[in-house]
Design a protein around this ligand. Structure first.
Ligand code: WT7
Length: 684
């Protein structure tokens, strides 16, 4: 904690300066340099520039994270142990002994310092109708909601499911959970009733919070109705709090609670729960390569510290800046950089309810001008989409407030990166391609922070954040030591923001992340490292695909496809897609005697996938095949299908282990016929 300043008498100071001037200058320069990079690091011995601060943070991770945690977070009781981790067993504990409350860190302390500062700018669907919420107002909302949840029986350790679009009440709901010690489980409001129900059941939630209707891109979504359907198959749910996003009344059942009305009855003071550092803050479901989505668990202190620090240093966020992260609150990006990072830093953050094309392709940049956004954080898929509409939609608007442009969720191709830099940023903004995952809690690899003149290579995440030590592995599990290398990306030591477990399934956590390379955190991504030591992420190495920056397991889609009456078996593959990054390609073998053409089957599968998962997971291509390429042991050889979907017919690799190699030529022929038909349909 900061010590009070003691005033020294003038003559004492000058005598001191005379005697100690030379050494004082060196000391002052050192101290000053590090403090300029990162005030939290001011006391670190021998650290004078960014590079040695990064090295220090990795080799002295205890003292690095202890200093950061003491200075950046407000503790109710200080921690006694910085970390206690054993990656090989999936044991990850940070800041044991410490007690704190995340909502106090995100709200109360800023209300004391500057109550009228704007915490949230709710950028509603209709441009120009934004709503600003100050720290004082957000605290009041959070407290009323915390009291309401408590009065309605929500206790410390319970899981509350939140199915809401980005809006202040959604943020207040998350913070109210944090205030009373409940864990939140935000489900992206684009998920179907069935996907929502799966997540409510797995989380064993008894309380759900939602809105009557959502509004996005000028369209109304019946979110409450989706919740009603979901709750039918969730016996644990006892109550549904319903906020009114629109004025249209919806049918209320005996379980439903009119949220705003009841909040008005509550007190504006709500005693925060003193939480242990390792108590659960939230669950967030994400897809894996096998099985059902997994509820990753993030805890209190480590997560908040990591979100706050990365938000400040990756984006160079300064007091008074307006931070514009356009990710939905249903994804980890919305959690860490829409809400927790900016609020822990006392920042002003934008909640974006709309889409990049509503009402026209100038939406983002019109918003940047109107809200005077300083850091803009978005997904490559949107950049690629907007690029197609041309520069004039960008140039129409004043973007002079922008300083940093961030990209997240999938690799950003050079063309999109260059356009982002040259057109959106007028060539004068720092562009940061940030790599991380739901599992990592916050950004792990990104071009900044680094020295002010350090180069940034287009389309590369480049440099590990403080405390992050990447490793590249060969298929045998050896660490590739030389700079120039490519292989499986692992992280060699724990960091405070990492997920702690999978809800109700620690075994799966250990098997997925800790066992593939014992002692390392296995990310599932491939990466290469250049001579200079810069990292480039090449994409997933497992059966997870990334559609418009959203993660989905091919097995999850196959599950749905196989439920279709006509389908005998199927294989789902990701293939390069101009806008989405990856598209969904489905190879289907029909049941005997079933007759349906590709177009009709494609329609049916689209309906099923959007009903059972979400719209974004819908197939882009459906190809009927007579058989799938299988090895003699019955395993589908996916790499062959991937080559076909990519039209890369000449490097299919070794097919000798296939049970029936002839199947491959038939699939290729089918693909060609399909493309021909498509072309004919396009040319009238
Ligand atoms: C997967 C994680 C990170 C928040 C949003 C997505 C891919 C993420 C990048 C990037 C290349 C990236 C990876 C990762 N990914 N950022 N900058 N360059 N790929 O979170 O849904 O947990 O997905 O997204 O494949 O494993 P997520």
């Amino acid at each position: 904690m900061l010590q009070p300043r003691v005033k020294a008498s003038k003559c004492l100071v000058s005598a001191f300066k005379r005697v100690f001037r030379p050494s004082l200058q060196v000391w002052a320069r050192r101290r000053c340099n590090v403090a300029a990079i990162m005030p939290e690091a001011a006391g670190f011995e021998g650290v004078s520039d960014h590079n040695n601060l990064q090295e220090y943070s990795v080799s002295n991770s205890e003292s690095f994270w202890a200093a950061a945690a003491r200075q950046r977070l407000s503790w109710i009781r200080p921690f006694h142990t910085v970390h206690d981790c054993d990656l090989s067993r999936g044991k990850i504990r940070w800041f044991d002994g410490g007690k704190l409350n995340v909502s106090v860190n995100c709200l109360d302390r800023h209300v004391h310092a500057c109550p009228e500062r704007v915490a949230l700018i709710w950028e509603k669907d209709e441009p120009g109708s934004e709503v600003k919420v100050t720290y004082r107002q957000l605290l009041e909302m959070t407290c009323r909601l915390g009291n309401l949840l408590r009065r309605r029986g929500v206790r410390r350790g319970d899981v509350v499911t939140i199915y809401m679009p980005p809006c202040p009440l959604a943020v207040a709901s998350m913070l109210a959970c944090a205030r009373i010690g409940a864990a939140h489980n935000v489900v992206f409001a684009g998920f179907s009733a069935q996907a929502l129900a799966d997540r409510i059941r797995d989380a064993q939630s008894s309380t759900v919070i939602t809105v009557n209707q959502g509004v996005r891109g000028g369209k109304v979504a019946e979110l409450k109705r989706t919740v009603d359907t979901a709750v039918h198959s969730c016996p644990t749910v006892q109550q549904v709090l319903v906020a009114m996003r629109t004025e249209n009344p919806v049918a209320m059942t005996a379980k439903d609670v009119a949220m705003e009305e009841e909040m008005l009855q509550e007190d504006v003071v709500c005693e925060p729960e003193a939480m242990d550092s390792e108590d659960i803050l939230f669950l967030l479901y994400t897809s894996g390569s096998t099985g059902t989505p997994k509820g990753l668990v993030h805890t209190q202190a480590g997560y908040l510290l990591y979100a706050a620090l990365t938000h400040r240093y990756v984006f160079s966020y300064h007091d008074g800046d307006v931070f514009g992260c356009v990710a939905d609150i249903g994804w980890i990006t919305g959690h860490s950089y829409g809400i927790y990072g900016p609020l822990a830093n006392g920042g002003t953050t934008v909640l974006f309810e709309s889409t990049p094309l509503y009402p026209d392709p100038g939406r983002y940049w019109e918003m940047v001008q109107r809200l005077k956004i300083n850091q803009f954080y978005g997904a490559p898929t949107a950049i690629r989409l907007l690029l197609k509409y041309g520069d004039r939609w960008v140039q129409k608007y004043d973007r002079s407030t922008l300083k940093t442009l961030g990209s997240v969720g999938e690799p950003i191709n050079t063309e999109a990166w260059e356009w982002y830099h040259r057109v959106v940023g007028d060539g004068r903004c720092t562009v940061v391609d940030t790599w991380w995952q739901t599992e990592t809690g916050g950004i792990c690899i990104s071009p900044r922070p680094s020295g002010p003149d350090a180069e940034i290579v287009p389309g590369m995440a480049m440099r590990p954040f403080f405390g992050i030590k990447p490793a590249i592995m060969d298929p045998e599990g050896n660490v590739l030591a030389s700079n120039h290398a490519s292989g499986a990306l692992c992280l060699s030591q724990p960091w405070p923001g990492m997920a702690r477990t999978i809800h109700n399934n620690h075994q799966r956590f250990v098997e997925t992340y800790c066992q593939p390379y014992p002692g390392y955190f296995h990310t599932g991504d491939g990466a290469s490292r250049s001579e200079e030591g810069y990292y480039q992420i090449t994409g997933r190495l497992d059966d997870v695909i990334n559609v418009s920056g959203h993660r989905i397991g091919t097995a999850e889609i196959e599950d749905v496809v196989n439920q279709c009456d006509a389908v005998a078996e199927s294989a789902v593959i990701g293939y390069s897609h101009e806008i989405k990054g990856e598209g969904v390609y489905v190879f289907v073998v029909l049941k005997k005697d079933v007759e349906v053409d590709e177009a009709e089957l494609s329609r049916q599968l689209n309906v099923m996938v959007s009903k059972k998962i979400a719209k974004y997971a819908c197939p882009d291509c459906v190809q009927l095949v007579q058989g799938l390429p299988k090895t003699r042991s019955g395993k589908i050889m996916r790499r062959v299908l991937r080559k076909v979907a990519e039209r890369d017919f000449n490097s299919l690799g070794d097919l000798s282990t296939l049970d029936d190699p002839a199947v491959v030529q038939k699939i290729i022929q089918g693909h060609r016929d399909r493309s021909k038909k498509e072309q004919q349909q396009q040319t009238p």
